[in-house]
Structures are given as structure tokens and as C-alpha cells.
Design a protein around this ligand. Structure first.
Ligand SMILES: C[S@@+](CC[C@H](N)C(=O)[O-])C[C@H]1O[C@@H](n2cnc3c(N)ncnc32)[C@H](O)[C@@H]1O
Length: 289
């Protein structure tokens, strides 16, 4: 039985980085009329209360989305992402109170058009139930209680040959590391144009430190438009070396504008989301097959 619940972490610094990149990717997809398919292999509940016991217990969103909420100096792409979070909070008022945070399916739904499709996989029965009641009846959306790693193949290539995949495991199981790598390889073998977004924790753990290199090698061999890796380090490990230092997002076949968009945003985010002096960022990219 899986123990991980994303409700404890919703809206934290890692969600901000991941969801900002996802927003940039889907906005880019919307520049063309042709419909796209979005596959979320680890969808979570789709949206989270920030006033409930889960979110309040750790208050992680206070070091994430809450640090952006009241600011009037957001760079335009960050302002666009925060506007989507406001819309999720019923944003008819200019600055509604921050009560809820959209998960990746909630954000994707805000960005989808009638011609687009969402395919959402979630294995935790409770989160699947919440997700199904939130989005299960929306036209173009399918919610499945199934293993997202195993199901990805069946979703690619999309009929329109325009597709975005988000692979966002909790890495609660060590097998999530090799399965993530295999999922990227499999996705690119079936559809070498797939835009594949992978979220990675920054931990002092061999599997976590090796995964970025392995993803790069896989995308270099199999992605037509190369890869990009954006990392934000916001904290320090404790004296035993435990704890998440930050996170990164790896993108295979990134939109050609993504690197230029992230270049000024990452140092800005490191300054705003850093929890220690010397919060840092890194942005790398490489060619593909
Ligand atoms: C990090 S959370 C996802 C957060 C979500 N993508 C977002 O950005 O809002 C990971 C989720 O994957 C689920 N999960 C774990 N293993 C899975 C698997 N093999 N297939 C589908 N879902 C899985 C967990 O129950 C958890 O809800």
C-alpha cells in the first residue's frame, strides 16, 4: 500500500518549479490549433486544500506558492502561472485568498481546449477517487486507477501526434528511479517527438544523483529535439544528510523557447524561494538524436 500523499506537499517549492515548467510547455502547445494529448502518469488528487490538516501539518506551501502570492513584481511567466492558481481559487477577485492549490491535472485542465485530451493515472484509491470526482466527467478527460508507468505505452503516439507526458512519481519506492528512466526510453521509442517532463528530487542518495545523467543519455539518443534540465536548490540537508535540497525538472523535446524563458526565471526563483543563504540554480540543455 502506498503511503505517500501529495496533500502534505502541495504548493511547495518543488510544485512551483514543476508547475511553472508545465504551464510554459502547455502554453507553447496552445500556440497551434491542432489538439494535444497530455498524459499524467502520477496524477495525484488533481487539487488540494491548503486549509486542511494535511497541508497545515507541514506548511510546505508557505515556502512555495505563498511566497509568490502577494508579490506585484512577478516576471510574466510566473505571473501567468500564479494567475492560473488564482483562477483555481475562484479568482474573480483580483487577489483571492490562497485556499487551494491545483495539482498538475488541475493546471492542465485550466489550459486545455475542446480539441485537447487529458489521460490521468493514479494508483492511490483515495486520491484516484478525489481526482475522478473532480475531473472524471469533463469532456476529453479520462481518469484511471492504474499504474501510470505501465499504462504510458498505450497512450503514445497520440492520434494528432502532439503529446506531452508528465512523469512525476513520489520516489517513495527505489524502483521509481529505474522505472522513470525506462518510461522515458519507452515513450521516446514509441513517439520520438513526445515532450516528456520528468520531476526529480534533489537528495543525497545515489539513485537520485545518477538519474539526471541517465535521463540525459536516453534523451540524447532518442529525443528528436534534445533535452533541458532545470534545477533549483533551496535548502540544506540535515546533519545526517537527509532532506530534500531542492528539485529539478528534466524535459525531453522541450519547446524551443523554454530555455530562453527559464534563463532569467531560475535565478529569480532561487532568490524568492531560497530557504538558506546561497540558494542556487542550474540550467543545462543538450542536442538529441
Ligand atoms: C508526486 S505525486 C503527483 C503529483 C501531481 N503530479 C502534481 O503535480 O500535482 C505522486 C502520485 O503518484 C501516485 N503513484 C505512485 N505510484 C504510482 C504508479 N505506479 N502509477 C500511478 N500513480 C502512482 C501516488 O499515489 C501520488 O499520488
Amino acid at each position: 500500500m502506498l503511503a505517500y500523499r501529495h496533500a502534505f506537499h502541495a504548493g511547495n517549492h518543488a510544485d512551483v518549479l514543476k508547475h511553472l515548467v508545465l504551464t510554459l510547455v502547455l502554453r507553447h502547445m496552445n500556440l497551434k490549433d491542432k489538439g494535444w494529448r497530455y498524459v499524467d502518469t502520477h496524477a495525484g488528487a488533481g487539487g488540494y486544500s491548503l486549509e486542511g490538516d494535511y497541508a497545515k501539518k507541514r506548511g510546505e506551501f508557505e515556502q512555495g506558492i505563498a511566497r509568490l502570492w502577494e508579490r506585484d513584481d512577478l516576471p510574466p511567466p510566473v505571473a501567468d502561472y500564479v494567475a492560473l492558481v488564482r483562477a483555481f481559487n475562484g479568482g474573480s477577485k483580483l487577489k483571492p485568498k490562497l485556499k487551494q492549490y491545483p495539482g498538475s491535472p488541475g493546471l492542465a485542465q485550466l489550459l486545455m481546449r475542446p480539441q485537447d485530451q487529458l489521460r490521468l493515472f493514479e494508483m492511490h484509491p483515495t486520491d484516484h477517487k478525489i481526482l475522478a470526482s473532480f475531473l472524471g466527467d469533463v469532456p476529453g478527460v479520462e481518469v484511471k486507477l492504474a499504474d501510470g508507468f505501465a499504462s504510458l505505452k498505450s497512450q503514445l503516439p497520440p492520434p494528432t501526434r502532439r503529446g506531452v507526458v508528465l512523469i512525476d512519481p513520489s520516489y517513495e519506492l527505489k524502483s521509481d528511479y529505474p522505472r522513470t528512466l525506462a518510461a522515458l526510453r519507452e515513450a521516446l521509442e514509441r513517439f520520438a517527438d513526445a515532450v516528456v517532463v520528468v520531476w526529480l528530487p534533489q537528495l543525497q542518495l545515489l539513485e537520485a544523483t545518477q538519474l539526471p545523467q541517465r535521463l540525459k543519455a536516453t534523451a540524447t539518443a532518442g529525443a528528436k529535439k534534445g533535452w533541458l534540465h532545470a534545477q533549483l536548490t533551496v535548502a540544506r540537508a540535515d546533519e545526517r544528510g537527509f532532506g530534500m535540497l531542492g528539485s529539478s525538472v528534466f524535459v525531453a523535446n522541450p519547446p524551443h523557447t523554454l530555455h530562453g524563458s527559464l534563463q532569467p526565471l531560475l535565478p529569480w526563483l532561487a532568490g524568492v524561494l531560497g530557504q538558506v543563504d546561497g540558494a542556487t540554480h542550474r540550467l543545462e540543455h543538450g542536442a538529441g538524436a
